[in-house]
Design a protein around this ligand. Sequence first.
Ligand code: AMP
Ligand code: GLY
Length: 421
Amino acid sequence: MKILVVGGGGREHAVIKKFKENKEVEEIFALPGNGGIAKDAKCVDIGATDIEKIVDFAVKESIDYAVVTPDDPLVLGCVNALEEKGIPCFGPRAEAAIIEGSKAFSKELMKKYGIPTAEFRTFDNLEKALSYVETCPIPTVVKADGLALGKGVIIAQTREEAKSALISMMQDKAFGKSGDTVVIEEFLTGPEVSVLAFTDGKTVKPMVSSMDHKRIGDGDKGLNTGGMGTIAPNPYYSEAIAERCMKEIFIPTIEAMNKEGRTFKGCLYFGLMITENGPKVIEYNCRFGDPETQVVLPLLESDLLEIMQAVTNGSLDECEVKFSDKKACCVIMASRGYPVKYGKGYEITIPEDIQDRVFVAGAKLENEKLLTNGGRVLGVTEIRKTLREAIEASYKDVERINFENAYFRKDIGAKALLAEV
Ligand code: AMP
Ligand code: GLY
């Protein structure tokens, strides 16, 4: 089989490595891939949002199956365009990807169908939004409606902060059109859990839960990033909570999307907060999380391609989705200065014996040397019987990987270890 993967981050590298376990897979193309992915797939210099070129390439190469993992091509209708040419795909169509593409849409969906989430108001008028935050409970959360590279959420501790967030989004267009509409929501507290779930629109099969570490600094301090590390499973996600989530959130969401005529097929990501009043949805993503995928897929014992094809064919109910009961930890190595300003072009050395556990994100190949080329450079995942062992093993690997100005958090998994006892 010839497989095409759209994207070029650590998440796509994890998907591609998993595909290589399947004997049917003969060739994998990554569009655009990256310097590290180039070891495992043929990288083609076509951007993940260049839908016309992606479709032309897929047709020309007679691709048997395409997997679209990043948010923007999904929201832009990459799956629709591929399907129109008869290419079977994994990933939601644009009508369903809106669940991530518009926070106003997803909040209204949850309200309409009684899915637990933070109380909220939606505004497309700056004056009205400013006047609302004069009196709303504080802290409050200001969110840009559209995609904003994970940066469109401001937790405002004061009214002044809320106002400047609104001005920056709605007037100064910090996130372009994504901030034309904003959602202002109730500030919730509690541990956060990420649950990725396969769904074919009828059956939903959740993957092992995980915990992201979004802030740049130890102790969850500093700016939000794309994610600085993950562990799985998440110790806060007990069996009782999982049962409630299935009944109160997962199934109702799939049914709600069907009722709206927006059947979701692919991987639906539930960003949850376990509050005093039960689990609530913080956000939906229409795709695998990054770096959640880098801990979840290494624990998957069933065949990824078979599951994805079952999602496409609507036969997920007959397909086994089995996970190991081991624990995983992924530590992200970034370039110092990320998520603001950082240098590029530093040579990366990765010892041969740990290459298979390294998922490369921001790197390019030049004269056969792997050079840094982005903020989050790579992630290294280890799997062990206990979480503590997995964390220790990941950090041992990190010590053996070198590039100038490397930065990583020292406390990935620390909070989870506290929750375990
Ligand atoms: P998001 O980009 O929607 O995942 O939001 C980024 C982060 O902001 C989340 O992981 C939460 O830590 C935090 N956050 C978002 N919404 C809320 C909320 N309603 N209450 C408290 N924290 C929130
Ligand atoms: N790790 C969070 C995300 O993928 O959006």
